[in-house]
Write a protein that binds this ligand. Sequence first.
Ligand SMILES: [Ca+2]
Ligand SMILES: [Ca+2]
Ligand SMILES: [Ca+2]
Ligand SMILES: [Ca+2]
Length: 287
Amino acid sequence: MLGKRFAFVAVLTASTLLGTAATPPSSGQTGTRPNIHVITPGYANPRDAVGADVLLDRIVFSDGVVVPSSAFVYPGQVHQLTYNGPLVRFRTQNGQAATVGNPGLRYIENEDGNPSSISDQDRLFFADRMETAWANNNLNNRVQLQTQAGYSFIVGLQTQIWDSNFSYDARPELFIFEDQGNSVLTIQPLDEEFNNIGTPAEVRAVDIASINPNKVWVGRWNQNGSPQSGTYELKMYAIDLNRLGVTHLKWFRITTDVQGGGEASADLKIVAVDTSPAPAAQTMTFD
Ligand SMILES: [Ca+2]
Ligand SMILES: [Ca+2]
Ligand SMILES: [Ca+2]
Ligand SMILES: [Ca+2]
């Protein structure tokens, strides 16, 4: 058993050095995309719940394996946030009637008490605000950026996650949810000293597809924070860790400097899962 796992590592290392790692099929390919099941307590019609809770209840992989919400791994830390864009465009948001996560909107420039500019203290405190917005299964509680100005930040997951199969497989570990699926971002895996490792994934608008088996809807607000009528469709990109050139992951950097293919304004909710059957045993083997 251990010998087999070490053999996997050797193969991956060789292919990475040679730059010949196989390109995985698109996550949007029919048959491999997980089913995402959402519940909207108190609302029979999910589109009526966009001012409240839109809860990610479970993920069902194409092989039938179910990941319940109790097994989700959320971002637990956000570091090194950069943003030099305009005011009143970068915020966390949630339904005004939400019971999961803090309700309402929070803008980055308000964190230091002076809304007329964006300071280092704003960026520092807003990074914590992002982490708080992401640390629950309410898909309505997310980060929104309404500008072509980019951002970057480092995400630390609550726990390290492992890939059950070090080649490409149909149980993705990282789920990126994005309003309307019209944005771009790059995901760069990092080691514990925040050095680049693995392979960066450039996520383009075409990669971010409608959620199946049913579309999912979230709330929309004006730039001044007032609720807008109607809904946004929330779309998703699911990533097998093999796509990032790593077997396990805790830290990664997200940037929006991808050129072309969408807006540099990803509105994000990030959820991870550990697909390894015995993560503790694998950690002992490799760390
Ligand atoms: Ca400020
Ligand atoms: Ca894999
Ligand atoms: Ca996997
Ligand atoms: Ca978007």
